[in-house]
Every structure is written in C-alpha cells, then in structure tokens.
Design a protein around this ligand. Structure first.
Ligand code: B4P
Length: 185
C-alpha cells in the first residue's frame, strides 16, 4: 500500500494529482489545505485561528497543523496507506511527521516533488480563483514556499526518498511521470 508525500509549490498540481493517485492506488488523500478550509467553513476554534493566515497566504502555525495531522493519521483508514497533500510544509512539520510515522511504524515510501515554473503557477491559480488566489497572496505563498518548504526536498533526498517529477504539461502526462517514479516503491 502506498505511503507518500506530494511536495510542490502552491498550484503545482498536488491536489489535482492526488485525486488521480487515490483512484489508481486506492488509498486516501490527506490534504492539510482541505482540512483547514473545512475547519474555517465550520467555524471551529481551529478554523478561526487558521483563517487569517490562510487569507494572507501565510502558513498556519506548526502546532495547529501538526496536531490536526496527528489526529488524522491515527484514524483507521490511513493504516494501509495515504497520500499527504500539502504536508509537511516546514522543517518542524517534517520532523514531527518523521516522529509520528516512526511511532506508528508506517514508514514513508517516497516523496514526489512536482516542479513547475512560477509564471505557470500564477496563471493556473489566477484561473482557479479560490478566495486566496489573488495576485498578492499568490506571490506571498510562492515566497513562503521557496523559503520554508523547498528546503524539505534536501531533507528527503538525504533519506533516499525524493523523486523529482516535471510538473508542466497535461494532467495525464504528469500523472504518467508520477506512476513511473513510483514503479519501484
Ligand atoms: P493548499 O490547499 O495546499 O493549496 P495549494 O498549495 O494552492 O495547492 P492545491 O493542491 O490546491 O492546488 P493544485 O496545485 O492542485 O494550501 C492552501 C493554504 O492552506 C496555504 O496557503 C496555507 O495557508 C494553508 N496550509 C495548507 N497546508 C499547510 C501546512 N502543512 N502548514 C501550514 N499551513 C498550511 O492546483 C491548482 C490549480 O492548477 C487548479 O485550478 C488546477 O486545476 C490547476 N492545474 C493543476 N494541474 C494542472 C496542469 N497540469 N495544467 C494546467 N492547470 C493545472
């Protein structure tokens, strides 16, 4: 059963490719973005804390996100596999995930890093038009990504888990590259 992380800038296709991976491998997608947006919509205490950061294109605090993921990854449906979409996004989150998966005895098999040019990303997100998809917020999310999340590629390269995948082109074409990268896991 597949246990992977999808790493990539906002708009790199993590959510899009996760949906296809769920169909192909039959394991659940766990998206921190979706979990946080649900909490905001339901106006839970967690959602109220997360909203301002999300609207500004900043990251929600590590404490909130790690707590939320600990709860999600101890639910029974992730016992045999999962696709982590949008988590981890900081060095502290990556360390917390390493510890949690060691505790649960569910080691990661691969980290797929989707690589897409910034100009393509701005175009995709402006076209999507979610509430946090305006140009200033997108630029901020991109700089947060390059400062805090991109360095995680090195963390996973050192663990021998990193698979670099070119994320430009048609959705199905990119999916075929991901399948090829996962062939030996
Ligand atoms: P996310 O929900 O993760 O949003 P995202 O980074 O924009 O990626 P998403 O998966 O939605 O987009 P995709 O690339 O599939 O995060 C939102 C916010 O939540 C963050 O800014 C942060 O505040 C907070 N957050 C989430 N996780 C957190 C964490 N771990 N720690 C702290 N805070 C956290 O698709 C984008 C668009 O591109 C779509 O319209 C899609 O149709 C299109 N597209 C996809 N593939 C394409 C292709 N090949 N060609 C053309 N268009 C394509």
């Amino acid at each position: 059963m597949l246990k992977i992380v999808l790493l990539g800038a906002p708009g790199s296709g993590k959510g899009t490719q996760s949906a296809k991976l769920v169909e192909r491998y039959g394991v659940p997608q766990v998206s921190t973005g979706d979990l946080l947006r649900n909490a905001v919509a339901e106006q839970t205490e967690l959602g109220q804390k997360a909203k301002a950061a999300m609207d500004a294109g900043e990251l929600v605090s590590d404490d909130i996100v790690v707590g939320m993921m600990r709860e999600r990854l101890t639910q029974a449906d992730t016992e045999n596999g999962f696709i982590l979409d949008g988590f981890p996004r900081t060095a502290a989150q990556a360390e917390a995930l390493d510890e949690l998966l060691a505790e649960l005895d569910r080691p990661l098999q691969a980290v797929v890093h989707l690589q897409v040019d910034n100009e393509e990303i701005v175009g995709r997100l402006m076209a999507r038009g979610r509430s946090d998809d305006n140009e200033d917020t997108i630029r901020n999310r991109l700089s947060v990504f390059s400062e805090q999340t991109a360095p995680l590629a090195e963390h996973y390269r050192k663990q021998g888990l990193l698979k670099e995948v070119h994320g430009m082109g048609e959705v199905d074409e990119i999916f075929a590259r991901i399948e090829a990268a996962l062939e030996d896991v």
